[in-house]
Design a binder for this molecule. Sequence first.
Ligand SMILES: [Zn+2]
Length: 799
Amino acid sequence: MSLTLDEARARAAMLSEVSYDLLLDVTSPDAFRSRVAVRFRTNGGDTFIELHQAESVDVTLDGATVVPAYDGHRIPLDGLAPGVHEVVVDARLRYVTDGEGLHTFTDPVDGERYVGGYLGLDITQRLFACFDQLDLKGPITLNVIADPTWTVLSNGLSTVADGGRFGFATTRPIACDLFAVVAGPYHSVRWEHQGLPMGWHARRSLAAELERDAAELRRVTEVCFDHYAKIFSEPFPFDSYDQVFVPELNWGAMECPGCVTFNEFMLPRERVTDDDRRRRAMVIAHEMSHMWFGDLVSPVWWEDAWLNESFADYMGFEVAETVAGYAGTRVSFEAAYKPGAFLADRRRSTHPVAPAAEDVPDVDTGTTIFDAISYGKGNAVVRQLVTWLGTADFLAGVNTHLTRHRFANATLEDLLSALDAASPRDVRGWAEVWLRQSGHDTIRVSRSGDVPVLTRDGVRPHRFTVAAYSPSLEPVGSRLVDLADEPLELPEWAGLVVVPNAHGETFARIELDPFSYDSVARSLADLPDPLVRAVLWAMVLDQVPPVSHLDLLARQLPRESSPTLVSAALDRTLNNLVRRVLPPADVPAALEVVAAACALDGEADEQRAVALARGLARTTSDTVLLRRWLDTDATDQGLALDPELRWAVVHRLAELGGVEAPEIEAERLRDGTAAGDLGAVTALAARPTVEAKSAAWAAMTEDPDVSVRRFRALAAGLWSLSQRELVAPYVAAYVAVTPSLARRGSAFAAEVGRAFPALPLTDEELELVRDALRGDVPAVLRRYWEDELDDRTAGAVSF
Ligand SMILES: [Zn+2]
């Protein structure tokens, strides 16, 4: 029973001047105390405050004890007289291990305990009683009782850290889903920049990794901060800026004002690749931009969540690429993110980038908005908007919007009116076709004689770069063009290869003429600009039939010089073509083709060698080679195995029957971290025996408290492209059993959805899924299943 739009509107109309004074006591490892005094003004009447599954709860209203009619979700506040009231809710709640509430984690390296409230959507009510909706913003004053040796971080500046009491300055008005609290024996790097206290923090057992990267993390933080201070007219809105790598975060990162939490995968052990650095810089820039867009000005309701995410996703890639010094970030967007947005836009679940409020009738529906449409497609659409408006007019509109709605809430209509006033172009007409309609246009190259002609199938205006090449793909020229209803002839490039949207400024399917296409398919890897190659790799892999896909990979991958594009092409091939589209009988041969394309013949570029070694470790059937890598702790070319690569080798060896349980246990002990525990879980589940599969399945389905991460690690080992017959019984079992597992909560339900059999399914097996969908399947899981079915059908039909 999540909050509905109607309830939120009624409560927002009734209440104002909300503020929270919160005390959390996290000294006991069994449960925590949450005492909150909530002050608010009301017009009078009945309302309620949310609190999720408290073990015990005491409530006083305006100083008098009341016996709450608490149903485990809401405390009614009925018959309130107009004016200001204070409700105090003192509760005892349980910690969680699925990231949805006050999360607890014990580090296997040193036994240290960490707790963290990583919130978002309607999770705050699992921490303290609150009016859990975006448009009832309020200042929050926090005190925490914790181990006196711990570090405790939150949105506001730390004011007291004395004998186990940690106090924080009252925040500016924030939406309560953006509250953050992080506590434990963190290792910290702190400094001041432009008068603002800043810090990076990580678990004590990751102190060496944090120190290794501290200078880079600080530099990126400062560069992004200075850039935003320059382009936004509103000053940085909060009193401090901490960034924390927290254990077991479900999201990549979370933009809590003044206290951003990051998934620990962004602080890798041992090897940090260039792609890791780019992605991390992109996320730092993304989250910091949210301080203005999302935190200073927040949506009224969840239909505008895309506005936060599309804007921040655009800013993240753009600022990392052009300001923070990470050239190639845009290449990764085109190659690794945008294809997922096209896939999502072809599913039955696609939706306009900007849905109507009524299409998001409750918060549960809001959770499904955080998808590849809101991030990847929204990012691409914002980039097209900036290209179409020009950066100056775009920022002028954004700045008016931010100032007009500072520390409050605003809608898409508010942003459009600010942009409309800043630009001579028809912003509202643009928004109607780009934001209010789902799907995308096709831009086609044809020939009039040998003159290239661009046409557009669809409804949207486009502005993008067209590039021209010789038949062997040497660059001849490029220019920015506008394309709408009228075809565009390019007589100056008669007889040449042309590539529309060569720099990825717009979001459209690209179809080349046969002459251009043949040149690209023949010489893709020779094209000098990696950004154009990224656009073309994505286009070609989207459109070729499976046989040509593998053929193209076999010919072009060994010559592709960009590690980013090597990784993206491998992921696309293994996660989509081989896993979803091929007939099951064709999978073993396809794995051989991929393994051969990843052959490491004295690769000189270490980044490229890592990408190829990871691909080879996922696909080779050569157990002698894998064993040799493991024994020497290096590839044959001398590339050291970092923990990620070493576990990939152990996983594949286990899958092929080349490693037994005692050796996997020895690897786990050698690793010694939480990541190592999960690596061992996956490897054990991957062994090719009836007993191993049965044990993995039992661990996934019979332990009601199995953690999100352990479930994911088990599924990664269970499904094996190389064990089709052995795992066949678990396809039917998955369809039959998991709908009941998915009722545990939305984070776990999403994990159950991601655990969909990662192998091509027979028609009979697909029918089992369709049949189950005719019955009762929880909404989050239903979405994953329908998307899986659509992706498999789309993959088969578009060829
Ligand atoms: Zn975001």
